[in-house]
Design a protein around this ligand. Structure first.
Ligand code: PDD
Length: 288
């Protein structure tokens, strides 16, 4: 039974309880983070905590903890977790109150930290790539907030499950935004492309790692809007997230991407990402 943190207490998951009037439950009024943990080191913790701060700012909820307190709380859950490599899920909601859309007068946020079993992408996914579908992006205009209100993402992701695929890539006004739970990169003419950060996508921590590695590897890259036509005629398409790391997309809406196999730039980036991850795990490079 995992050990979790809830509002000042460390306790077994089965004993963790929140009031039914919690606004996270009633309205999805909260934000969250998913942080991979390798060798009991939370990966890029500072970036995840910075994004948590901007999500909290985005929903006008004060941060209940300083970064040092977060680090300590997360450390306590990581230390008690069963495995060395895992993940941490954390969630902050606007707490309990009367059922009224307007914020309660006195807000006592609910803070929950849960260890997650994090299985690295299956070797065959890395070898063969994954199949995805596309769908119109029908989410709101603050996709940069990592909100727990994930119903649109849930429905969009389920479309790909129903189609036997791994992810749903989202198109808005003829341009690529991101995946239902990942960011997206495209390779065209040897150039690595990604949509620039905006209110239309989550600023992925893995997205930043991939761009840093591209810089370090001397891979030409540019951030600019990617049209649907450019996505469909790309030489390579990748998805990135804390749980999927970097994966090649080899089938898009039933059509092969280029020759239908993971491309050479993906192989380079995947190797660089694994190297980087292992170096971080050994504590040899910056992990923030
Ligand atoms: N999701 N875009 C969306 C909509 C996401 O939900 C995620 C991650 C990402 C990638 O962000 P990062 O690289 O920081 O993980 C992009 C997490 C893993 C989740 O909801 O489980």
């Amino acid at each position: 039974m995992p050990t979790v943190y809830l509002n000042g207490q460390i306790l077994p998951l089965e004993e963790a309880r929140i009031p039914v009037m919690d606004r996270g439950f009633l309205f999805g009024d909260g934000v969250y983070e998913v942080i991979p943990v390798y060798s009991r080191r939370p990966f890029r913790l500072r970036e995840h905590l910075a994004r948590l701060q901007s999500s909290l700012d985005g929903i006008r909820l004060g941060n209940p903890h300083t970064p040092e307190e977060w680090e300590d709380l997360i450390g306590q859950i990581v230390a008690r977790a069963e495995s060395e490599d895992q993940g941490v899920y954390l969630q902050v909601t606007r707490g309990a109150g009367p059922r009224d859309h307007a914020f309660p007068k006195v807000v006592r946020p609910t803070v929950f930290i849960l260890p997650l079993i994090l299985t690295p992408p299956a070797p065959e996914w890395v070898e063969r790539g994954v199949a995805v579908i596309t769908a119109p992006d029908n989410r709101w205009l603050r996709c940069d907030i990592k909100a727990t209100a994930l119903l649109p993402n849930v429905l969009l992701r389920q479309l790909s499950v129903d189609a036997g695929c791994t992810e749903t890539l989202l198109l808005r006004d003829g341009f690529l935004a991101e995946g239902s739970a990942s960011n997206v990169f495209v390779v065209r003419d040897g150039l690595l492309l990604a949509p620039p950060k905006s209110n239309l996508m989550l600023p992925g921590v893995t997205y930043d790692v991939v761009l840093e590695l591209a810089r370090a590897q001397g891979i030409d890259h540019a951030l600019r809007p990617i049209s649907e036509a450019e996505l469909r005629s790309a030489a390579e398409v990748w998805i990135t997230s804390s749980t999927k790391e970097v994966l090649a997309v080899t089938t898009l809406d039933g059509q092969p991407v280029a020759d239908g196999r993971p491309g050479p730039l993906f192989r380079r980036m995947h190797a660089a990402y694994q190297d980087y991850k292992h170096t971080v795990m050994r504590g040899k490079v910056r992990n923030e």
